[in-house]
Design a protein around this ligand. Structure first.
Ligand code: CAA
Length: 283
């Protein structure tokens, strides 16, 4: 099946980045969120990013305005998904919310539409559990910032058809990215399952005053990485890290819920770059 029309549900950091990528590669994108105000903020961010790429000649000869014109916005799921060949859900990391969104999507899409989740960690099989047609549901996990990060995990849930996985793997290549095919649907898939123990360890270093974020980040940057682990957590969002650790505590091992520093940052709404403060002060 050929994908031409893509609906992206949720216009936060990941949703807006995913919408941008598909628009750059010539797809028609419908982006949905709960208010015009949120959608307008997302459009502004996409435009800023596209202008940077345009200035560097990285839009395949298109202008940022041309790319922007491929993105339309909606405040109802019905309008966003009704013509879609592919729906990508990128709402907050909450299983009940995702299940609600998926059951809403199923009401309005054609039978052959592929429905994917950009969840970082939650098993796709659990998200799809109550749907009628589960063979067309899969994971499509982008990394932040989607426009620059090359990797996309393509996750096969217990009932996903092989055909759907093949279409998604092919699609990921068409948008200039590298597909990592994940054939077993477990919490965190491949990449975040590797990252999770590291995130826990880095947080426990701070709980136990082993060293400061500055010192540990300086070590990692001296090894050639663009960001140290604490800068990266601030960049990705402390709320995202917190949700991941809580999910792993529930599904894998309670020790993932033992980090006090991350809980304190989360409870004080110090969510990293997006709120101006996290491990670091970004204001
Ligand atoms: N759009 C377009 N261009 C962008 C951009 C965006 N959103 N973000 C950064 N850039 C460009 C900048 O304009 C800059 O371009 P020039 O070099 O031409 O000036 C270039 O990228 C570098 O950016 P910066 O100078 O601002 O900063 P940097 O060198 O630190 O790069 C970064 C930024 C690309 C994000 C880099 O720090 C990086 O790769 N960090 C690691 C990101 C990463 O590991 N992401 C995965 C997170 S884990 C995840 O996402 C999993 C999950 O499930 C939550």
């Amino acid at each position: 099946m050929e994908i031409k029309n893509v609906a992206v549900l949720g216009s936060g950091t990941m949703g807006q980045g995913i919408a941008e990528v598909f628009a750059i590669y010539g797809y028609n994108v419908k982006m949905e969120d709960i208010s015009e105000e949120i959608l307008n903020k997302a459009l502004k961010k996409i435009k800023e990013s596209l202008v940077k790429l345009e200035q560097k000649g990285q839009l395949f000869g298109k202008t940022s305005d041309e790319v922007m014109s491929r993105i339309s916005t909606f405040t109802t799921i019905e309008e966003a998904v009704k013509d879609a060949d592919l729906v990508i859900e990128a709402v907050p990391e909450n299983l009940d919310l995702k299940k609600k969104v998926f059951s809403e999507v199923e009401k309005f899409v054609r039978k052959e539409t592929i429905i994917a989740s950009n969840t970082s960690n939650i098993r796709i099989t659990d998200i799809a559990k109550d749907l009628k047609y589960r063979d067309r549901v899969a994971g499509l996990h982008f990394f932040n910032p989607p426009v620059l990060m090359k990797l996309v995990e393509v996750i096969k849930a217990e009932e996903t058809s092989d055909e759907v996985i093949d279409v998604l793997v092919d699609l990921v290549k068409k948008i200039g990215k590298y597909p990592l095919k994940v054939m077993k649907d477990t919490p965190g898939f491949v990449v975040n399952r590797i990252n999770a123990p590291e995130s826990l360890l880095f947080c426990l270093y701070i709980d136990n005053k082993v060293a400061t974020p500055e010192e540990i980040d300086a070590y990692f940057k001296s090894q050639g990485l663009p960001m140290g682990p604490y800068e990266l957590m601030d960049y990705v969002g402390i709320d995202i890290v917190y949700d991941s650790l809580e999910y792993f505590a529930k599904t894998l091992n309670p020790c993932y819920g033992k980090c006090n520093t991350i809980k304190e940052l989360y409870n004080n709404k110090m969510l990293g770059m997006k709120t101006g403060k996290g491990f670091y002060d970004w204001s």
